[in-house]
Structures are given as structure tokens and as C-alpha cells.
Design a protein around this ligand. Structure first.
Ligand code: PMP
Length: 427
């Protein structure tokens, strides 16, 4: 294995020559190995992982139960395509997701590979079930990088600019957040205005949103927004689609963030921590909606891959056995406390917010309120130099988001917090 002082820079040179710049890369720490909340790069440096491969590793790197489940699956078969010769584990996972997702009504689940594929299929199901075409999403939302995912995403740079015309009939309304100066009433008024000025609500198939905007800045949707959207959807026969790709599987202190909102969704998308690092996504919804597409209308060659399904079944066991949603709540509270203590010394740390362990720190100029992207980048660099991997988010890239494995050891977590404090407020 490559492991010398220059290994990272040699690989960086090869990367730049062989891979397109469109696949942006945050660090030059090329991974050699990882365990729970730690990564070792090819230079032999250790990093504490507060990013989890973008919200994927709620159960950490290489959790022994997940590794064992995947190895066991590998020893019997690893691909048949569920649509050709199906297998029991796919059904078992669908049964579990039908039971675990919020909503006390008959549900069905289809499995896919990436988060955006679940989103694409949610829109397909909504269209075929309602016979309608229009879809409403929110500014600042992130739903993926395929044509439909990109069109639903509410951020132009770098996701949409230059990639041509978007699919038609997709509309955006402002997302309510205090830091954005948008209230729930403002969002609902914008929606009502859209219905008057641009699109007949009887043509709208779905409204899609994240319970906590992820890439957009970790803005927690007020429960009142969900209540009002549910009422509007019911009044007009519109389906409510909740994108839990980033918020799902324990991250917010509940198994699903929707559990905080007090309403049910018609369709729910999941991916990321669902399979703890194996490519898997799921779409769960009301049974009659999920059955609207004809045989062959849903699926994919690798959709519900046996190794990823084995991992997901183990993830759900681990979530329950180790009570990871409760741990998310606990770790999130500790982190919020640490950040709030720093706020006293760092006036640029304008807002600390979050739900469970889905915590964000937003940096703004205290005098002008201008977003401080450069400051956040510097904090990220200082943390990395000291061995802590941090991710950012936000339409203005001025937010640090925290996505550590929920299985992180107490002492590694504390070590990470200490580095974070040094990076935010150097002595
Ligand atoms: N929806 C949300 C809420 C996401 O956060 C993401 C990924 N960041 C996606 C969809 C797309 O998932 P993927 O990258 O697996 O396609």
C-alpha cells in the first residue's frame, strides 16, 4: 500500500491529470484506511471524521456488524438483479422500512442506488399516481445532480449553471428560516401567489422538501411549515414528498426527521446512512401511490443491490441496539453547548442551530450581516491541519455543518471538539 510522506501529493497530481475538475475534491488527504470516526491517509496522517462521507456513516466506518453482514452476503451471491431472480433480503428491508417510516397506513417500498435516484422515482410515482406534471420545491434545497434532481435543487452555482434548460414545470418558493429573514407565513404566501400567478394547483403533482435543508445550510423547517403544507396538499390533491436522504437514520435525534413535524408524508426518500456506506436508496410511500406505476416502470440493474441491502439490515439493527437516535440528541446538545460557549468570544459566529446531531455554525460579519465564506474556509483549513475533517454548506458557503458518526467514541468526539475550538478561536 502507498504510505510515504509524498504519497498524497503524488496522487493529487495523478488526480488532476486523470479526473475532470467538475468532480470537485475538498482535501488532498487520500484515504488509506478508516475505523469508526477516524481516517488515515496515505501519508499516515490521522483525521477525525466529522463529515461521514457526507452524512453517510451514522454507524461509522467499518462497523463490525455491518462488515460481517456484507461478508456473509458476499459468500452466497452478490448480484442477480432483483427484477430477474429476486431475493428475500430485499423484501425484508422493504418490510422494515414500511414499518419504521412515519405514517400509520399501508406502505410499499422500492429500492434504488443513490439518493437522487430515490428523488427521481418519487417524482415519477407522484406524476403517474396523480396524472399531473408540476412540482414545487424550495429555494436552497438540494435534491441531487441528475437532470430532475438538479432542476429541483434550489441553488444555481455550481449545480445548475451551464447545464442547459431544466425540465419544465418545476417551481421554487422561499424556505423559511430566521437567518434568511423568511417566515413560514412568507413561504406560504409565496406558494399561494404561485398558485394565482403561475401554476394551477390542480396541475401540481407534488411538493418536495427536506425537513432540515442539508447542502442549503442546515436550516430546520418549522413544524408549522409542515402542518400548513399538509393542509394545502390535502386541499388540492397534491402529494407531500419528504426528502430524508440526509436527515434520515438517526441524525436528528429521531430515526426520521419527519417525526419532529407532526404530519405524515405521502412519499419519503432515503439514502446515505440507510446502508452505512454502501450505495442504496429507498422510496417508501402510501401503498396505492407506490402501485400506480406499471410493472417495469420502476427499478434499475443495481437497484437494491444485495451487499447494500445486507448492510442496511445491519444498520437498522445497530441503530436500535446502540440507540443511535438518542445518542445523536446527546452529542448534538454537547456540540451546541461548545459552540454557544465560543459565540461569546467570536462575534462572527452569528448563529448556532440544529436538530439532534444535525448542527450548524453560521458565520456572518457582525456589522454588516454579510456571509463570511473566507472565514469558514480558513476554519476548515486550520481544523484539517490539526487533524479534524469538517464540511461546510449553505448557499453562501458560510456555514460549518457537523455530520460525525453517531457511534463516535467519547474521547475522539472530545478531541474533535477541542480542535474545533482552536480552529474557530485560535488562542
Ligand atoms: N437529497 C438530499 C437531501 C441530499 O442531501 C442529497 C445528497 N447530498 C441527495 C438528495 C442526492 O443524493 P446522492 O448524492 O446519493 O444522489
Amino acid at each position: 500500500m502507498l504510505q510515504d510522506a509524498n504519497a498524497n501529493s503524488a496522487l493529487e497530481q495523478r488526480r488532476q491529470a486523470a479526473c475532470p475538475r467538475g468532480v470537485g475534491v475538498q482535501t488532498q488527504a487520500f484515504t488509506a484506511s478508516a475505523r469508526n470516526a477516524e481516517i488515515w491517509d496515505v501519508n499516515g496522517r490521522r483525521l477525525i471524521d466529522f463529515g461521514s462521507g457526507i452524512a453517510v456513516l451514522a454507524t461509522g466506518h467499518r462497523h463490525p456488524r455491518i462488515v460481517a453482514a456484507v461478508k456473509q452476503q458476499l459468500d452466497s451471491f452478490h448480484h442477480t438483479c432483483f427484477q430477474v431472480t429476486p431475493y428475500e433480503s430485499y423484501i425484508a428491508l422493504c418490510e422494515k422500512l414500511n414499518a419504521l417510516t412515519p405514517g400509520n397506513f399501508p406502505k410499499k417500498t422500492a429500492l434504488f442506488t443513490t439518493g437522487v435516484e430515490a428523488v427521481e422515482n418519487a417524482i415519477k410515482v407522484a406524476k403517474v399516481a396523480t396524472g399531473r406534471n408540476a412540482v414545487i420545491a424550495f429555494s436552497g434545497a438540494f435534491h441531487g445532480r441528475t437532470l430532475m434532481g438538479m432542476a429541483l435543487t434550489g441553488k444555481v452555482h455550481p449545480y445548475k449553471a451551464g447545464f442547459g434548460a431544466m425540465p419544465a414545470d418545476i417551481w421554487h418558493v422561499p424556505f423559511p428560516a430566521q437567518a434568511l429573514g423568511v417566515t413560514v407565513d412568507d413561504s406560504i404566501a409565496a406558494l399561494e401567489k404561485l398558485f394565482k400567478a403561475d401554476v394551477d394547483p390542480q396541475r401540481v403533482a407534488a411538493i418536495i422538501l427536506e425537513p432540515v435543508q442539508g447542502e442549503g445550510g442546515f436550516y430546520v423547517a418549522p413544524a408549522a411549515l409542515f402542518r400548513q403544507l399538509r393542509a394545502i396538499c390535502d386541499a388540492h390533491g397534491i402529494l407531500l414528498v419528504v426528502d430524508e436522504v440526509q436527515t434520515g437514520f438517526g441524525r436528528t435525534g429521531k430515526l426520521f426527521a419527519l417525526e419532529h413535524m407532526g404530519v405524515d408524508a405521502d412519499l419519503i426518500t432515503m439514502a446515505k446512512s440507510l446502508a452505512g456506506g454502501f450505495p442504496l436508496s429507498a422510496l417508501t410511500g402510501r401503498a396505492e401511490l407506490m402501485d400506480a406505476a406499471p410493472p417495469g416502470g420502476l427499478g434499475g440493474t443495481y437497484a437494491g443491490h444485495p451487499l447494500a441491502v445486507a448492510a442496511a439490515l445491519a444498520v437498522i439493527d445497530v441503530m436500535q441496539a446502540e440507540q443511535l437516535p438518542a445518542r445523536a440528541q446527546l452529542l448534538g446538545e454537547k456540540l451546541m453547548q461548545a459552540l454557544r460557549a465560543l459565540q461569546a468570544r467570536v462575534p462572527e459566529l452569528a448563529e448556532v442551530r440544529g436538530l439532534g446531531a444535525m448542527v450548524a455554525a453560521e458565520f456572518k460579519d457582525p456589522a454588516t450581516g454579510a456571509p463570511l465564506a473566507a472565514r469558514v474556509k480558513r476554519i476548515q483549513e486550520l481544523a484539517l491541519e490539526r487533524g479534524l475533517l469538517l464540511l461546510t454548506c449553505g448557499v453562501h458557503a458560510n456555514v460549518i455543518r457537523f455530520l460525525f458518526p453517531l457511534t463516535i467514541e467519547e474521547e475522539v468526539f472530545e478531541e474533535g471538539l477541542a480542535i474545533l475550538a482552536e480552529a474557530i478561536a485560535p488562542a
